[in-house]
Write a protein that binds this ligand. Structure first.
Ligand code: TRP
Length: 341
């Protein structure tokens, strides 16, 4: 095997179905990465506990939905390992050791924890934040280090966690000898897809998303209501492209860039109406999501198949985890040869 085959690890919190923003920002790239590399995709159910403690009953369905989304976009379980965080006990075990290598002050300063705490109505700098919330970057470091990831494909909001993972790994290696690979972030270059309402980000909580599992009818309805150019009253008024959600989506998904430039020009010259351009977008999204929808229907028919994929994925993850934990315990001298057989 050539060393160019890298270990890739990334994942999602099972808080709901995945949408077009996830696709363009991450899933599309994962489908490519699995062709060349060894990929692990973690469904991070521990992280739901951070700020959705009251919704744990929804997690099983969310996990099933995410796995279906993965399969629908073309993640291939023969090539990639899909697994659930809480089903791999070695992750909790490694988190225990790593938690000794991080100060509380360092965790309080993590900008992503800070922002998420604020949204949840607590403060990372104060004592009203629970221990597991403040400490979850350590658990995320375990996610990455247990699998020896070389690359962690993420958006910019996750960079502080990768940085913290690197610090923890280096600290461990300097104390106990080289045990961990030092991972690197693989930053997604795509800008965030705006929401249908024109807000900066497509998100479930803002209720402004197009889901990968939306039917053609739902997509058409959502696009028809999308935010375009508020200054445009008549179809022949010159239109604005900047801040126009419909064009932001066309930029992300319309294949023929030259044709798209012509459309933009026409729109700016008042020769293309909002309804027309929305119809073009609806066709474009349907040609992307149509094949995914068909694949999803096939997988949905066979519940046993999804179960098998998750069961196999978790088993593979535990096996790899066990190997790493052997090395970790050996490095710390906690394998107790002569005392435990
Ligand atoms: N924190 C990530 C998110 O909110 C999910 C995640 C959990 C993750 N563990 C990970 C991402 C390890 C990359 C690597 O999307």
């Amino acid at each position: 095997m050539t060393k160019s085959k890298k270990v890739i690890l990334t994942g999602d919190r099972p808080t709901g179905k995945l949408h077009l923003g996830h696709y363009i920002g991450s899933l599309k790239n994962r489908v490519e990465l699995q062709k060349e590399h060894e990929c692990f995709f973690i469904i991070a159910d521990y992280q739901v506990l951070i700020d959705h403690l009251d919704e744990t009953d929804k997690v099983p369905q969310n996990v099933a939905d995410i796995v279906l989304d993965y399969l629908a976009v073309g993640i291939d379980p023969e090539k990639s390992t899909i697994f659930i965080q809480s089903a791999v006990p070695q992750l909790a075990e490694l988190t225990m050791y790593l938690s000794m290598l991080v100060t509380v002050a360092r965790l309080r300063r993590n900008p992503t924890v800070k922002t998420e705490a604020q949204i949840a109505g607590v403060e990372s700098e104060k004592d009203n934040i629970v221990y597991g919330f403040l400490g979850y970057p350590v658990s995320q470091a375990a996610d990455i280090l247990l699998f020896g990831a070389d690359l962690v494909p993420v958006g910019v909001d996750q960079l502080p966690h990768i940085e913290q993972t690197r610090e923890i790994a280096k600290k461990f290696n300097s104390l106990f000898g080289k045990t961990f690979n030092i991972p690197e972030a693989l930053l997604s270059e795509t800008p965030k897809l705006p929401g249908l309402d024109g807000k900066a980000k497509m998100s479930k909580s803002l209720n402004n998303a197009i889901y990968l599992s939306d039917s053609p009818e739902v997509i058409a309805k959502k696009v028809m209501k999308a935010y375009t150019d508020p200054t445009r009253i008549h179809a022949n008024d010159p239109g604005h492209i900047e801040g126009n959600v419909v064009f932001a989506y066309l930029d992300a998904f319309y294949q023929d860039k030259k044709e798209l430039n012509d459309l933009k020009e026409k729109y700016q010259n008042g020769k293309l109406g909002d309804v027309e351009v929305k119809k073009i977008l609806i066709d474009c999204l349907n040609s992307l999501l149509g094949p995914m929808c068909l694949r999803r229907k096939e997988f949905e028919k066979d519940k046993g198949y999804i179960k098998k994929i998750i069961t196999d994925g978790c088993e593979r993850a535990r096996q790899k985890g066990e190997k790493t934990m052997k090395a970790v315990k050996n490095a710390i001298h906690y394998d107790y040869p002569g005392l435990i057989s």
